[in-house]
Design a protein around this ligand. Structure first.
Ligand SMILES: [Cu+2]
Length: 121
């Protein structure tokens, strides 16, 4: 009984950490241009990328996860949908964007990431 309670507490702590405390690293566009966003182990690394407003940008991705769902990369707000072959760097051209947050995800939205566009509108 005691052990079950402790497990429950540990689980609650983990959930709290995951949803409220854990903040993924926010990478700049320059960092991502030197090091493509990796699609592996259920996450985009990095999952948060900051991009300057009002100018086109290129993001590169490399998928090393064999799960077929990870193959599709969707930017729903931007009407971009791309296929990521295994172990190839794929470049995604983003149009000039107004400041705000734009999401990207895999086909079933298990992989999730966000672009933060910052600057003057
Ligand atoms: Cu998926």
């Amino acid at each position: 009984m005691m052990i079950i309670n402790l497990l429950g507490l540990a689980l609650i702590a983990l959930i709290i950490w995951w949803f409220w405390i854990y903040q993924p690293k926010n990478e700049s566009l320059e960092a991502v241009q030197h090091q493509p966003i990796k699609v592996a182990n259920g996450v985009y690394q990095p999952a948060f990328v900051t991009v300057p407003a009002n100018q086109e940008a290129t993001l590169s991705f490399i998928r090393t996860d064999e799960s077929p769902c990870a193959e599709t990369l969707v930017f729903p707000e931007l009407n971009i949908s791309e296929t990521l072959p295994l172990n190839h760097v794929i470049e995604i051209k983003l149009p000039a964007l107004t400041p705000g947050s734009y999401t990207f995800h895999c086909q079933m939205q298990m992989y999730r990431g966000q672009i933060r566009v910052e600057g003057e509108s």
